[in-house]
Design a protein around this ligand. Structure first.
Ligand code: GLU
Ligand code: MG
Length: 476
């Protein structure tokens, strides 16, 4: 057991053999196309506030970084979105050093930033054990816990972003066409084409791209992967969108609320729960059963587990003060704790997919999460909630059709449909009370999340919606 965490999970250690394997792999990759031609490798991790931070090495240094990592302060765990720094019980202060190791399996040149490659990073302590509050590591641990029960998850994030002209201060929509309008694609056809080319060159499987509802807003969906792969892909997709935007003199905002009076940017997560590994004949528990909408018992229990904990999960998946300007009824953001078949106003939207393909496609979409969230942490927390549902054999309540905001409050009460937290303060309180999440994620993570959320609440204590959106707009 270490000082951070009472869960006593096994801690794989980077021993000499593993360091040597990583060094050799990096040497081979650096000598071959496509990596051979790059000048530098950017290693990224996502902080508690949801900001992707980085350290880069020249390609000649990749071998060393793969074996021994690159030094960086653990203080980033308590950075706030304005780069001010708070202090927790387990993180903070100027002392200490972690080692940032590139994940070589995901190393890829960035087509939107010629000469650069990218790799997500894992953070280790100096003695070679994983940093216990590293979000990627926490997700890895949750994936393993599900695997120990013969379960695996296929998942993908949907990315919504708003494209702006200008200098990155005010938001000036880069296109004027209508929502979902082909006009917007015509206006931005070079940009969107370059974006798709860049993503393809980086190995991202895009399944759809389209103009969204709000001014200048776009959306892109990618193919489902294992949870760690999906979170890595989200980081790669966002950084590619950002860099391709810059090369077209545009600026991308992934903020939950770009302008105070508009629909915001969501970052919905689609999840399906598989019994056994899909690559080895496993099957999707969200189809082919006799439960609601064809779910099998395990799939239903997993979805019900997430539904049950949504108020607490919001402290991770809707982590910013601005998140609650987005999460309002009748904006397709999912402001009510309920589920429904294809219902875009339910926080949990069940998607069956077309008849004939449901064994592959049926999934549950969590709509209430947004682009300020750390994707690794969000998935880790969602998997904890889903697993608790499976362990407790949870069942779903009646599904909801239509907009719950349109129901009489007494009717909502009768059907057990509750509004989700309308402030970060409220979701943080639910998160801190939640012993299942606390036990699984560990005290250190819970404390670190809590101090960062409190820090951001204090930053915006007397702020107007305009001030909050302005301060958040270009940060994630
Ligand atoms: N932009 C909406 C949100 O804030 C989602 C629209 C949709 O259903 O895709 O999440
Ligand atoms: Mg959308």
């Amino acid at each position: 057991m270490n000082q951070y965490d009472g869960t006593a999970a096994p801690q794989p250690r980077l021993d000499d053999g593993e360091r040597e394997r990583r060094r050799e792999r990096a040497a081979a990759l650096a000598a071959e196309l496509p990596v051979k031609d790059v000048t530098a490798v950017a290693m990224t991790w996502v902080d508690t506030s949801g900001i992707t931070r980085t350290k880069a090495v020249p390609l000649s240094r990749l071998e060393y970084a793969a074996a021994w990592g690159v030094g960086m302060s653990p203080v980033f765990d308590v950075f706030l979105l304005d780069d001010s720094i708070t202090q927790g019980r387990y993180a903070g202060g100027p002392a200490g050093d972690l080692r940032l190791h590139p994940v070589l399996d995901r190393l890829v040149p960035l087509a939107g930033m010629p000469g650069w490659a990218w790799a997500p990073a894992e953070r280790f302590t100096q003695d070679g054990t994983p940093h216990p509050i590293d979000a990627r590591w926490l997700l890895h641990r949750e994936v393993e816990r599900l695997a120990a029960q013969g379960l695996s998850v296929r998942t993908a994030f949907e990315v919504e972003w708003a494209v702006s002209d200008g200098d990155g201060e005010d938001f000036v929509p880069a296109c004027n066409g209508p929502a979902y309008g082909m006009t917007r694609v015509s206006e931005l056809s070079d940009y969107l084409r370059d974006l798709l080319r860049a993503l393809e060159a980086s190995g991202v499987e895009v399944v759809q791209i389209h103009p969204e509802y709000a001014a200048g807003q776009m959306e892109l969906s990618v193919a489902a992967e294992d949870p760690i792969g999906a979170a890595d892909t989200l980081v790669l997709v966002r950084e590619t969108i950002r860099s391709v935007s810059f090369t077209h003199d545009l600026v991308a905002s992934f903020s939950p609320k770009v302008a105070p009076d508009s629909v915001g940017n969501g970052c919905h997560i689609h999840l399906s729960l598989w019994q056994d590994d899909p690559a080895e004949g496993g099957f999707n528990t969200m189809a082919g059963g006799d439960g609601p909408c064809g779910m099998q018992g395990t799939g239903e229990a997993f979805a019900a587990g997430i539904l049950e904990r949504l108020p607490a999960l919001l402290a991770i998946g809707a982590p910013s003060v601005a998140s609650y300007l987005r999460l309002v009824p009748s904006h397709w953001a999912g402001a009510f704790a309920c589920w429904g078949l294809e219902n875009r106003e339910a926080a949990l939207r069940f998607v069956t997919g077309p008849l004939g393909d449901r064994n592959q496609t049926a999934n549950v979409e969590v709509k209430c999460f947004d682009g300020a969230a750390n994707p690794y942490l969000t998935l880790a927390a969602a998997l904890v909630a889903g697993r608790a549902g499976v362990d407790g054999e949870f069942t779903l309540p009646e599904p909801v059709d239509g907009d719950p905001a349109g129901l009489d409050p007494a009717e909502r009460q009768r059907r057990g449909i509750h509004a989700l937290p309308s402030s970060l303060e409220e979701s943080l309180a639910a998160f801190e009370r939640d012993t299942v999440l606390r036990d699984a994620l560990g005290e250190a993570l819970v404390d670190t999340v809590a101090v960062v959320r409190r820090g951001e609440l204090a930053l915006f204590q007397d702020a107007t919606p305009e001030e909050i959106t302005t301060a958040t707009r270009w940060r994630h």
